[in-house]
Design a binder for this molecule. Structure first.
Ligand code: GDP
Length: 330
């Protein structure tokens, strides 16, 4: 009993330190969230619930782009730009390919040199978890903790893999797609559906000899966007060019994000989108938990395997099998 009491007291003191904006406490709390131990998970749930009133106030920006497009350089430049204006910036990542190898290339401190040296920034690489759903779940909770720790801009980085982009778009207010001024890139982006998710397309490396090509690319994206139906009737995604290296155009990136927020607030879409995301989130957590229950119990696992082989051999229909498995969760 006393250990439970201690655990509750631990959670309360962790929450207090977090609310005070201590980065060490934030790091500990995120580690708790990422832990697979069931007592840690229970503690993490309590912690997030306790901090819920302090969450939701940040501007949440998703950033995607192929490796080499300049994500780290952009985050470093944008992050410093924001810190100079009094913001606190957290950088998180959803990188499904980092699972287990530990070789995450996203939200890597060594690639955001200035930002990682700032006490107003917090950078956390992608959690190493087996599935995209798992990674996204942990990242979303980490985002809530960052908000409770008074970070008011959250940048969530991801790579150009369709599903991870959808996951990040589902947890952010604004989705920024970074592109290169290169040939062929334009159509590639459109094919992958990135453009449909994007609230803005930003062409990086518009410096030196690249400026002309960047403007050409911008024109192509612009016409492509005109064919597509915009995600919101209150926002036509702009196409901008900038240079993360020189910093030229970083202010425009941020201004567009603020303009979008204003437009979404005015139309009521901001609140609607956040609500929608919360509910979607609940269902995705539930799915996760039900799957976890199916896997946790060895007797259930054995039954599921048996049913699975019966389906494979066409002895029972997938529909009946699904019903039998669902019944086991009662
Ligand atoms: P990431 O893989 O998307 O994170 O890309 P990085 O930020 O690591 O950048 C990849 C390479 O592009 C690095 O060598 C950067 O120095 C370079 N780079 C990034 N932004 C710019 C830019 O605005 N202009 C130029 N010329 N190079 C850039």
């Amino acid at each position: 009993m006393s250990s439970r009491k201690n655990a509750a007291a631990d959670i309360e003191s962790l929450a207090t330190e977090l609310r005070a904006g201590r980065r060490a406490a934030l790091a500990r709390a995120i580690t708790l969230i990422e832990s697979r131990r069931s007592d840690h998970q229970a503690a993490a749930r309590e912690l997030v619930q306790a901090l819920l009133p302090e969450t939701g106030k940040a501007i949440r920006v998703g950033i995607t782009g192929s490796p080499g497009v300049g994500k780290s350089t952009t985050i470093d430049a944008l992050g410093m730009f924001l810190i100079e204006r009094g913001h606190k910036v957290a950088v998180l990542a959803v990188d499904p390919s980092s699972a287990r190898t530990g070789g995450s290339i996203l939200a890597d401190k060594t690639r955001m040199a200035r930002l990682s040296a700032s006490e107003h920034a917090y950078i956390r690489p992608s959690p190493a978890s087996g599935t995209l759903g798992g990674v996204a779940a942990k990242t979303r909770e980490a985002m809530l903790l960052c908000e409770a720790a008074r970070f008011d801009v959250i940048l969530v980085e991801t790579v150009g893999i369709g599903q991870s982009e959808t996951a990040v778009s589902d947890m952010t207010d604004f989705f920024l797609a970074l592109m290169l001024p290169g040939a062929g890139d334009e159509l590639q982006g459109i094919k992958k559906g990135i453009v449909e998710l994007a609230d803005m397309i930003a062409i990086n490396k518009a410096d030196g000899d690249n400026i002309k090509r960047a403007n050409l690319a911008a024109g192509e994206y612009q016409s492509a966007l005109h064919i597509l139906k915009p995600r919101s009737q209150h926002w036509q995604p702009p196409v901008v060019t900038y240079s993360a290296l020189t910093g030229k155009g970083i202010d425009t990136l941020w201004q567009e994000i603020l303009d979008h927020r204003k437009a979404m607030n005015a139309s009521g879409e901001f609140a609607a989108r956040r609500k929608d995301q919360q509910v979607k989130w609940m269902w995705s957590m539930l799915e996760h938990r039900m799957m976890a229950r199916l896997r946790a119990d060895s007797a259930i696992r054995a039954k599921v395997r048996k049913i699975e082989s019966e389906v494979a051999d066409s002895r029972i229909t997938p529909a009946l099998a699904a019903e039998q498995i669902a019944d086991m969760l009662k």
